[in-house]
Design a protein around this ligand. Sequence first.
Ligand SMILES: [Zn+2]
Ligand SMILES: [Zn+2]
Length: 264
Amino acid sequence: MRGDDIGVAVTINFEEAVFGTKKDVIFTRVAKCADCGGTGAAKGSSAETCSACGGTGQRRVTQRLGGMQFQSTVTCETCHGTGRVIKNPCRSCNGTGLTNTRKTISVSIPAGINDGERIVIRGQGNDGKNGGSAGDLIIQVSVRRHSVFEREGTTLYCDVPVTIAEATLGAEIDVPTLDGVRKYKIPEGTQPGTQFTLRQCGVPYVNSPSRRGDLVFTVNIEIPRGLDEKQKDAMRAFADSCGENNYPKRRRLIDRLKDLRNNK
Ligand SMILES: [Zn+2]
Ligand SMILES: [Zn+2]
């Protein structure tokens, strides 16, 4: 009989998921008993063929019911279907042939893995009874969130605050990436909520790690706070210098409101 699969949960950091990592996974598995080699029989003895079933593990029973003869096959109670009996059981495993062992294995987690994905390691689950093949070790991967980046597949997203002056005049700004800070030139008149894309700065594709997704950042204009009187005067003077042509969106809204009133 094949052994059971074993599930182990592993939590990794956001960067580890993006760039890949190695993790030591500690788990307990049912393994073939080392003392008896999995036979369940004490050293110097061996399992014998079950005399009750002749080693088949099954017995035929005949019943008479209502004048008819029924034949059926049942699992042998003496050997529990194994076909063999152990007269002198191994002390380490009480004759089961299996023992619990703690095991540590180093698991490679590929770059680009997603939260909730599983890694299956064949044959590292429980050993089977009566020499059955081993089950699998199934590693359930959870990925922690990042304080700056959101992730969707291979695309990374983040917000970048800029000043009114930078957005108005255009500027070379610092954009955070998982590979360090990148410079990016935003154009004159950049509006809040505008998205820009840095190619190849996203998450590697799991099956071709040399290919990477994009980083999409959203420009967020930070309004200055705590201005002193001199700064406020400068802001007022600047505001007074502006005409409606400097604010086309605002002008369009005012025009639309006028139209609504006139159509009444
Ligand atoms: Zn044993
Ligand atoms: Zn038997």
